[in-house]
Design a binder for this molecule. Structure first.
Ligand SMILES: [Zn+2]
Length: 140
C-alpha cells in the first residue's frame, strides 16, 4: 500500500518569532527607543535588527562591501536593513510603529531563508550551557 508522501521540504518545522531571532531588539522595541538605539539603527547596520539576526556582523552586507563575493550576503536583508535605517532617520522617536510592519516582513523573510542561522546559534548556546553544567559537575 502506498503511503501518502510527506512533503518535508515545503513544511516548516518551526516558525521563529522576532523575539527568538533578535532578543535584544525585541526587548528594546517593547519600550520606547532612546537616542542611542536610534543612532544604532541609522548608523550601524551591523548592530541593527537585521545585524542582530545575523549574529552582530555586517556579513549580510557582503553585497555592498565586497562585490566579489556576493553569495555571502543577502540582498533582501540589505534592503530590510536600509529600510529600517531610513525609517528610523525619517520618523526618529516616533519610528517604532513604522518599523514594526517592516520587522514583520523581515521575520517572514528570515524564517523562509535564514532560519538555520538562528537555530544554529541556539544550538551553540545550548551546547555552551551543557558544557558549563558538565564542568560544574566535574568540579563538584
Ligand atoms: Zn536575507
Amino acid at each position: 500500500m502506498l503511503q501518502p508522501s510527506i512533503r518535508l521540504s515545503s513544511t516548516k518545522l518551526t516558525s521563529l518569532t522576532f523575539k527568538e531571532i533578535c532578543p535584544t531588539w525585541s526587548n528594546k522595541l517593547k519600550a520606547d527607543l532612546d537616542k542611542d538605539d536610534l543612532h544604532t539603527l541609522i548608523r550601524k547596520p551591523e548592530m541593527c535588527v537585521v545585524g542582530e539576526a545575523w549574529g552582530h556582523t555586517s556579513r549580510y552586507l557582503g553585497y555592498k562591501v565586497v562585490y566579489l563575493i556576493p553569495f555571502i550576503g543577502c540582498f533582501k536583508c540589505i534592503k530590510y536593513g536600509n529600510k529600517i535605517g531610513k525609517t528610523a532617520k525619517q520618523h526618529n522617536g516616533l519610528c517604532k510603529s513604522y518599523l514594526l510592519p517592516i520587522i514583520d516582513d523581515f521575520v517572514d523573510h528570515w524564517n523562509e531563508n535564514h532560519q538555520e542561522i538562528t537555530l544554529k546559534k541556539k544550538e551553540k548556546k545550548n551546547a555552551a550551557k551543557l558544557n558549563k553544567v558538565n564542568q560544574e559537575i566535574n568540579i563538584a
